[in-house]
Design a protein around this ligand. Structure first.
Ligand code: PLP
Length: 453
């Protein structure tokens, strides 16, 4: 076959081989995805047909569902900016779950082999699991009657290997941050707040999650605020923020130039992909806007109940570190023993109050350390046994056992939990308070004194 002359090439001024293509470009993402979303939200066939009829009229180009290269303002970025404003913190990184928020904060803080991290014995397992996935060794501390980590036990458990303390703000209340920050400063430790269950709570005027070196939030649909699966990482430190950004984006982070060389030691390292999608970002942007009103409603509802409660011998209300700052989505009190707690919760349920207990039941519960066999038995994803077998971790940690935190087991076994609905009316609250007083009066000796917890 005769060779064509190079002069015929379009690059050299010849005619183009491809002039126009006949195909009709169909947006890769568009109408069908929108209808699928309508289905997720539970719209009827009739409603979906109506939605389809409207959106088919508009020829919308494929949207970018990632924050990068998005022609429209990124919803994830807007979510981060909203959080910066609501939490009064300069750096917020949106990620795809509370678990990835924790992993990101731990890795960014430099937690890894050779480090011990002190966590409470009562928290969702993610708080401790991510210490292990980061390559470090968790040390489990007792809780106190606030249901959060006991600062005195934290101090007892500090060793030369301790790198960080993780206070967890459980069920809308806050940990004793003054005591924890003082201990951390005294021993030169980092504080990483797990605020997954307390989005919007504050401690002495500051939102929880903004007091320590890092704050980690879950804003997944089963949390106080949120929808879908999502998380937030907050910090005041630009260097920690850059490292967090690096961890959440495979190590290819924008600083602000994605392809720049490392500007500072520790800026670039291999990470994960924990990015939040624009779809989840848009849902959570709407959700987070509701947070201040939600918290106000819950606080008002809880107060309307607690102001009517009477005092009884043997019944102790949960120690709330900042009554004006807690979210107020739970009312907890302690009975004299586990059996009394079970009996009281059953009587409350019979009266129509959703009450529960945990701890003395045989049912497994990932919130209680005694069931964390992954930790107690030092389980590993591979036969090599890392991070437990890692040379840098030799001699670290404690002798794990199901009864190593007896105070935590005792406190939880006696706790009666009542979930509060932010939408209860004043009459609903009066009925709930009446039912609690009725049950407590039947089983416990009323104490003289002021009414109101
Ligand atoms: C205290 C605590 N930390 C972390 C998490 C993990 O959050 P996510 O489920 O969004 O990964 C949870 C979730 O239940 C939690 O309760």
């Amino acid at each position: 076959m005769a060779r064509r002359s190079a002069e015929a090439l379009a690059i050299n001024g010849g005619a183009k081989a491809v002039t126009s293509l006949e195909c009709k470009d169909v947006p890769k993402i568009g109408i069908e995805e929108f209808i699928e979303l309508a289905d997720t939200f539970g719209f009827s066939e009739e409603a979906k047909a109506a939605i389809r009829a409207v959106i088919e009229k508009e020829n919308v180009p494929s949207p970018m569902l990632s924050r990068y290269y998005n022609p429209r303002p990124s919803k994830v970025k807007m979510l981060e900016e909203l959080a910066m404003q609501l939490f009064d913190v300069p750096y917020v990184l949106a990620v795809n779950s509370g678990t990835s928020a924790l992993n990101t904060a731990y890795v960014a803080a430099g937690i890894g082999p050779g480090c011990e991290v002190i966590v409470p014995g009562y928290t969702f397992f993610a708080t401790v699991a991510e210490v292990v996935t980061a390559g470090a060794i968790p040390v489990i501390a007792e809780i106190d009657e606030s249901l959060t980590i006991d600062p005195a036990d934290v101090e007892r458990k500090i060793t030369p290997h301790t790198k960080a303390i993780v206070p967890v703000h459980m069920i809308g209340t806050c940990a004793d941050m003054d005591a924890i920050m003082a201990i951390a400063r005294k021993h030169g430790l980092l504080v990483i707040e797990d605020a997954a269950q307390a989005c919007g709570a504050s401690y002495k005027g500051r939102r929880v999650g903004t007091i320590g070196d890092f704050g980690c939030f879950s804003i997944s649909s089963y949390k106080i605020t949120g929808g879908g699966e999502a998380g937030l990482v907050m910090t005041h430190d630009p260097y920690l923020y850059t490292r967090a950004q690096n961890n959440h984006d495979t190590g290819a982070c924008w600083r602000p130039d994605r392809y720049a060389k490392e500007r500072e030691a520790g800026e670039l390292f291999c990470g994960y992909n924990y990015k939040l999608s624009e779809l989840e970002g848009s849902v959570n942007l709407v959700q987070l806007r509701k947070m201040p009103d939600q918290v106000r409603r819950w606080q008002k509802t809880k107060r309307q109940i607690t102001r009517q409660l009477r005092h009884f011998a043997g019944i102790t209300p949960q120690q709330v570190r900042d009554p004006d700052g807690e979210v107020g989505n739970h009312l907890v009190f302690f009975a004299p023993d586990a059996q009394a707690a079970e009996k009281t919760a059953a009587a409350l349920a019979a009266e129509g109050v959703g009450a529960s207990t945990r701890g003395c039941k045989s049912a497994r519960d990932w919130h209680l350390y005694a069931f964390w066999e992954h930790i107690l038995e030092r389980k590993s994803a591979t036969p090599a046994g890392c991070p437990w077998s890692c040379e840098k971790n030799a001699g670290l940690g404690q002798d794990y056992s199901p009864d190593m935190c007896p105070r935590t087991l005792d406190i939880l076994s006696r706790a009666v939990f009542i979930g509060i609905n932010q939408w209860w009316t004043e009459r609903d609250c009066d009925q709930i308070a009446g039912a609690i007083n009725k049950v407590l009066e039947a089983y416990y000796e009323p104490l003289d004194g002021e009414i109101g917890w």
